[in-house]
Design a binder for this molecule. Structure first.
Ligand code: NAI
Length: 341
């Protein structure tokens, strides 16, 4: 998709972080932008921020909806057609939440909440919008579906199990849509960021009541630590510009850098780790040790060499913060080292 001006865009999770950055960038490109989000207050603030950013108010539609709910998602889709006169040319599904803790400590609530937002809402949007988009635009106008996934899609995460599983599924879905939409003249892209300067660290604060039975240790302190980490992430506007460039150039996976080769190296390591799962335990351990030594050498070299990219930023637990990724203290099957002391 190359022409955005005058076209319709629908962004989930558009009230904050990456989604709000996307609303700014695609709104500036002349699109009519719908931001759909579960939090009304954040939506109200986002609309004002978009207007301040220079997006005409009449080009902005804010819809409060829990997009894991199919009826609410359908109602949001109908509303866009009613207000802007058609389904989106560009669907960007960015709503997401994360919860950190040992996978063996996870409850059904942990899985249902994270997979509901990170995977089910994406399926809802694709099933509701894609038929409408094909009917309205196939072979007539450009149209495209995009989803914000994560670098976590490419790696196993012992403390981000539900999240990584949801994101891996989302990636796979988007590869399928990229192939499937080609004959209609449509396209698909999956954005896989690393760390974003966003509010995702606060997601636990609005975890719905029905999903509150978590197996993880969550506190003000863990939230503080997460917020300190995300404060070091990529600027959402820059990330959205990278996504826009990716969509314009027909990239199916968009990595979070203007120089995708720097992240492609990390992708290769992850693929290698997965390939190594086929080896015997001994072979795998020997390779993992060698890989670690090579990485340490590369970082040491990078520290000496001005032209090399710097090693990834280190983070420390801020004042008042606590380590995250631990299990609740009362789970008697979980290794004590993985539990809140
Ligand atoms: P954010 O918290 O700033 O924005 C996410 C938005 O999703 C929030 O406004 C939230 O209200 C909304 N949302 C949550 N549940 C919803 C539901 N049921 N229905 C509708 N809206 C809902 O977080 P951020 O970081 O901007 O997240 C955007 C995407 O980026 C997510 O998919 C996340 O997984 C992904 N991501 C984030 C990274 C990070 O470091 N922050 C790294 C990699 C990927």
């Amino acid at each position: 998709m190359k022409n955005f001006a005058g076209k319709i865009c629908f962004i989930t999770g558009g009230a904050s972080g990456a989604g709000l950055g996307q609303a700014k960038v695609f709104g500036k490109a002349g699109m009519k932008v719908t931001i759909a989000d579960i939090r009304q207050e954040a939506l109200d603030k986002a609309v004002e921020e978009l207007v301040e950013y220079g997006i005409p108010r009449e080009n902005i539609l804010a819809i409060k909806a829990d997009l894991t709910n199919r009826e609410e998602y359908k109602a949001a889709a109908d509303k866009v057609e009613e207000v802007f006169g058609g389904p989106p040319h560009l669907l960007i599904q960015t709503a997401g939440v994360n919860a950190f803790g040992p996978i063996e400590a996870s409850t059904f609530d942990d899985f249902d909440w994270v997979m509901g937002v990170c995977l089910d809402h994406v399926i809802n949007g694709l099933l509701i919008f894609v038929p409408r988009m094909i009917k309205a635009y196939a072979h007539k106008e450009e149209f495209h579906v995009a989803t914000t996934s994560s670098m976590g899609a490419f790696m196993a995460g012992p403390t981000t199990g539900p999240y990584s599983a949801a994101k891996a599924a989302v990636n796979n879905l988007m590869y399928s849509y990229a192939e499937a939409l080609k004959p209609y003249g449509g396209g698909a892209t999956v954005l896989c960021p690393g760390n974003i300067r966003s509010n995702i660290g606060n997601a636990e604060k609005y975890r719905p009541e029905k999903f509150r039975n978590t197996g993880y240790h969550i506190s003000e302190g863990t939230i503080k630590t997460l917020n300190a980490i995300h404060a070091q992430g990529i600027d959402p506007i820059e990330l959205a510009e990278i996504l826009k460039e990716g969509i314009e150039n027909g990239r199916i996976i968009v990595l979070p850098s203007r120089d995708p080769s720097s992240w492609a190296a990390q992708l290769r390591v992850q693929h290698q780790i997965i390939e190594d799962y086929t080896l015997t335990a001994e072979e795998r351990e020997a390779k993992a040790k060698k890989r670690m030594e090579e990485m340490q050498k590369a970082f040491a070299q990078a520290a000496k060499d001005q032209d090399s990219p710097p090693p990834p930023p280190r983070w420390e637990i801020p004042e008042g913060g606590e380590p995250f990724g631990l299990a609740r203290a009362d789970l008697d099957w979980v290794d004590p080292n993985k539990k809140k002391k």
